[in-house]
Design a protein around this ligand. Structure first.
Ligand code: TXA
Ligand code: MG
Length: 340
């Protein structure tokens, strides 16, 4: 796999010439990876079905999993949807630009390739200056899933993107590590009450405070009937290594097991909140949710790159503020059914 073209760009004050040349790649139907405040996205012209199809093939993403359209103004979001309810107005006013994605009924001109045939489209107005500048320069809505091969760990640096996608992407804009670290909260506004399809940086309580009670029904997971948000396949955001979650009470038993594995010459890694465990690669994680989210994917990439035999992750507190992080570590630890 040959090396992709990478251009360094300032996160706060991106060079307009660089944004213009990246925008030209998008207008020509190409793929540009760019930073958002959450993770790096793999961008293409959202209104060009061929360009969107290139995203699916570069990621190895199943065609049933729809992609978010990124816009730089609320007006541009409204142009993609056929209904803009009060809840959309309220949530957009409160959280955009920012890590919130809204699912709304789509306009007919929004390609089925983007929505995977669904009658609704996911829209998001990100806050990262590079993302906003790129979308504005392109003059297009930009389709962008996370810039990683399907079901691998999401990228929070340009180097993560380059390692996962290589020359499958035409250009990578490198503005350093992203600030939020986990993907946007996805809220479905097509039902009778708003419903969180994917927990994330904006919490349930913040959303409910503005739009009233949410539809709290659990989102069906893989194998449980229709996929409301098919990206929520069980094993997602996962490294190649075996990942196991543990409760603090299991520490003594786990310590013995890890000592045994190390004695056999196995590489073990860990992401810990509490006391240390045996092993050279035990990473201490921040003990508050925003800091943990920012560090999470870089830690998983780091341990995965060591070719760990086993990665142990200490369970985070069972509190709603931790819902986004908890969701990602549970998914990282879920075995792929294809691997038994
Ligand atoms: O923070 C983010 O959201 C990042 C950055 C790049 O913006 N993007 C991201 O995209 O995480 P992706 O494709 O990795 O995840 C998008 C999620 C998936 O779970 C997908 O199934 C869901 O949003 N989604 C997209 N379009 C949808 C639609 N029309 N209806 C329901 N769910 C949708
Ligand atoms: Mg993703």
């Amino acid at each position: 796999m040959s090396a992709p073209r990478i251009l360094a760009v300032s996160a706060e004050h991106p060079d307009p010439d660089i944004l213009r040349s990246a925008a030209q790649v998008l207008r020509d139907g190409g793929l540009v990876a760019f930073p958002t405040e959450t993770v790096y996205g793999l961008g293409a012209n959202a209104l060009d079905p061929c360009a969107v199809a290139r995203i699916f093939s570069a990621k190895g993403r199943p065609g049933f999993n729809p992609v978010i359209a990124h816009v730089h103004t609320i007006l541009a979001a409204k142009a993609l949807v056929s209904d803009w309810p009060l809840a959309a107005e309220t949530l957009a006013a409160a959280f955009w630009p920012g890590p919130l994605t809204l699912v709304l009924p789509k306009q007919p001109h929004v390609p089925d390739t983007l929505t995977a045939g669904a009658p609704a489209v996911a829209v998001r107005l990100p806050s990262h200056p590079v993302a906003l500048g790129l979308i504005a320069a392109a003059g297009l809505p930009v389709a962008a899933p996370s810039a990683n091969r399907s079901s691998a760990v999401s990228p929070t640096t340009a180097q993560h993107v380059a390692r996962s996608l290589g020359s499958r992407v035409d250009l990578i804009l490198d503005a350093g590590p992203t600030g939020v670290g986990i993907e946007s909260t996805v809220v479905d506004l097509t039902g009778s009450a708003p419903r969180i399809l994917r927990p994330g940086p904006i919490g349930q309580a913040e959303i409910e405070a503005l739009v009233g009670p949410l539809d709290r029904r659990a989102v069906p997971r893989q194998g449980e009937g229709s996929l409301l948000s098919p990206g929520l396949l069980d094993r997602h955001y996962a490294p190649a290594a075996r990942v196991r979650l543990f409760d603090p009470a299991e520490r003594p038993m786990l310590a013995a097991e890890l000592r045994g594995l190390e004695a056999e010459g196995r590489i073990v890694g860990g992401m810990l909140l509490g006391d240390d465990l045996p092993g050279k690669h035990m990473l201490r994680m921040p003990d508050e949710p925003a800091g943990y989210a920012r560090a999470l994917y870089a830690a998983l990439h780091q341990l995965d790159d060591l070719r760990c035999h086993l990665i142990v992750i200490e369970m985070v507190p069972d509190q709603i503020l931790w819902a986004g992080v908890r969701d990602r570590i549970v998914r990282a630890a879920t075995m792929d059914p294809r691997q038994g």
